[in-house]
Design a protein around this ligand. Structure first.
Ligand code: PHE
Length: 462
């Protein structure tokens, strides 16, 4: 199984950093705070944490295990573990499509972060009022040219790194940039600790109040867990396929989940203190971090340099995630069609860029922006985000759990779990979670969200 020239992580730490690099990204820094803000804060945070532990972690182990066992990309992995004509191959395909869709709009948001590097370099924050800083975001989103341009730039960067291959490109960057981002966020949080709104912010994030938390928030918490941990579409499977067969899985997975949640928590403890201290709305939506974080820099000493470093780090955090999305598509096409890495990267990257253009037009008056928004309550960007994160990733994760829990040969599953780890005993916890808890949790949330439960007279809210 697997081919010799696929490349491997240089070490276990290399894998953890690369996988954490995939997990930690805009999902933690941009998406988590704004979804938490819109979905009620504390109770959402709690639900999210439960989803990470009982649903996310078991699936992460399953994905990495499938990848390491086959040393192949998702589609080929399912083919090898079932049969040539098996419908399970569809799970691999769905992963490729999901990766394609997520990357198409992920790159738009990442483009915004590139723009914020430019704004920081031009010294656009220091000494400015909160309103003036908020207006910068409005201007950006309303400009189709800037949005499409930055989106193109970011897709170009993603393709370039993935062209470099696995350990040369991906591992090297993650090693330096992930720790740097972590330190920077801790420093920022320390600064925000002294803002007048810190207490309110901590209460908002951690106290289990029920404002604007309803049943649909559970779907969002579940979706956010999948999104943030890069689960349900084969990204972790693909990264697992570059793991040497003697490197253990459960402990590394726990590390990735802990680091990921730590960064999301830190990001919230930076964003919300600023939000509350400056009388902004926690429910501001996708613009939240762009409107709030620069305010901190506008006032602090050294704000000019720090703002540049900060946004550069976010661009890199986004990049270490976008390359995992691009890598799923790339490795699948390489394994399937035997094309060269270069050809696959350039072609798929170009198609993903084109598909992302309607998302980049979210602030326009045209059909993809205001038009759809008026018709459906969501613009194109919102729709792609909503469908992929809340439905496709959990569905993919559900199918991966069922496949690993029930379809995969018993001895292979157990042997692969125990190989290379001192945590072999955890198998007896992992398997029931994967077999029963994950499917049940995802199914109930889906049933509730699609209105199915209402048919049976059960109604937990909207
Ligand atoms: N986990 C990434 C983030 O938090 C996004 C992502 C989702 C990456 C799915 C790969 C697969 O930004």
């Amino acid at each position: 199984m697997g081919s010799a020239n696929r490349g491997n992580w240089a070490s276990r730490l290399g894998f953890i950093l690369a996988a954490a690099g995939s997990a930690i990204g805009l999902g933690n820094i941009w998406r988590f705070p704004y979804v938490t803000g819109k979905s009620g804060g504390g109770l959402f945070y709690l639900t999210y944490t439960v989803c990470v532990i009982v649903v996310g972690l078991p699936i992460m182990v399953a994905e990495v295990l499938l990848g390491r066992a086959t040393q192949s990309s998702p589609i080929v992995a399912f083919r090898e573990l079932s049969s040539r004509r098996s419908p399970w191959i569809g799970v691999g395909w769905m992963g490729v499509i999901t990766g394609f869709l997520i990357l198409s709009y992920y790159s738009v948001v990442a483009g915004w972060t590139v723009h914020y590097v430019v704004l920081a370099v031009r010294n656009s924050f220091v000494g400015q009022s909160a309103d003036a800083i908020g207006a910068l975001f409005g201007e950006l989103v309303a400009s189709p040219g800037a949005n499409v341009g930055y989106h193109a730039l970011f897709m170009g960067m993603t393709v370039l790194v993935v062209l470099g291959g696995v350990s040369a490109g991906i591992e090297r960057w993650s090693r330096i940039l992930m720790p740097a981002l972590f330190l920077m966020l801790i420093g920022l949080m320390a600064y925000c600790f002294f803002l007048p709104g810190f207490g309110d912010a901590a209460a908002f994030v951690f106290a289990p109040h029920t404002t604007s938390f309803d049943a649909s928030s559970v779907l969002k918490a579940l979706g956010q867990a999948f999104y943030s941990l890069s689960l349900g579409m084969g990204a972790m499977l693909t990264y697992g396929s570059y793991l040497s067969r003697d490197t253990g899985i459960p402990k590394s997975s726990v590390w990735v989940a802990v680091l990921d949640s730590a960064i999301a928590t830190l990001a919230s403890l930076v964003v919300f203190p600023i939000t509350f201290s400056f009388g902004m709305q926690a429910e501001a939506g996708p613009g939240l971090i762009f409107k709030s974080i620069p305010i901190a820099f506008s006032q602090m000493t050294g704000g000019y340099l720090l703002s540049i470093v900060f946004f550069v780090l976010i661009v890199f955090a986004a990049l270490t995630s976008s390359i995992s999305l691009q890598e799923v598509v790339t490795s699948s096409f390489i394994d399937l069609f035997g094309w060269g890495r270069r050809k696959v990267c350039l072609r798929t990257g170009a198609i993903i860029f084109v598909f992302g253009v309607p998302s980049a037009l979210l602030g326009s008056e045209g059909f993809f922006g205001a038009g759809l928004q008026k018709l459906t309550g969501k613009n194109f960007f919102d729709w792609v985000d909503y469908i992929t994160a809340n439905w496709m990733l959990p569905l993919g994760g559900l199918l991966i759990a069922i496949f690993t829990g029930f379809v995969l040969e018993r001895s292979l599953r157990e042997e692969e779990f125990r190989r290379g780890t001192t945590w072999g005993a955890v198998y007896s916890v992992w398997l029931p979670l994967l077999r029963y808890v994950v499917p049940l949790a995802v199914a109930v949330v889906f049933a509730q969200s699609s209105g199915l439960l209402k048919l049976f007279g059960i109604d937990w809210g909207s």
